[in-house]
Structure formats: structure tokens, C-alpha cells
Design a protein around this ligand. Structure first.
Ligand SMILES: [Zn+2]
Length: 74
């Protein structure tokens, strides 16, 4: 199981568009560049990309490179 800290879990397809956290557990979060924010619905494009990434992630052990996750939740 890869756990070097260079890989992160893929955000949920319906997670916040800024940080990928699910609405029910979101509340207030801080994340650059938006700072404090409430849950915001992801764009259709983000949902698609996250679902694709999840599919890829399952094939590679449930994680993807940090760069991919950053792209999916920003
Ligand atoms: Zn968020």
C-alpha cells in the first residue's frame, strides 16, 4: 500500500469544488486561494474528472498523485 505522503485520496464526485469535502461534513473550511468558504457544488467538469480519477485510482490502489487531486479540488 503506497503511503509516502505524496499521494492523496480522490475527492468525492459531489465534494466541494474548492476542497473536495462532502457537503454534510464540510461546514467552514480554509483552503487557498479561496480562504474560508462554505460548501460549493462542484462543476460538471469536476464531477466527471473526479469520477474518472476514481476509476483510475481503483486500478492503482485508491490513490492518485497529489497534482491530480489538486487539480480536481480547486
Ligand atoms: Zn470546501
Amino acid at each position: 500500500m503506497p503511503g509516502k505522503g505524496s499521494e492523496l485520496r480522490i475527492p468525492s464526485p459531489s465534494g466541494c469544488r474548492w476542497c473536495g469535502v462532502e457537503e454534510r461534513e464540510h461546514m467552514q473550511r480554509w483552503k487557498p486561494p479561496v480562504g474560508w468558504h462554505r460548501w460549493v457544488p462542484p462543476t460538471l467538469e469536476q464531477r466527471k474528472e473526479r469520477m474518472q480519477a476514481r476509476r483510475l485510482g481503483r486500478q492503482s490502489g485508491g490513490t492518485v498523485p497529489r497534482s491530480t487531486v489538486t487539480r480536481l479540488a480547486s
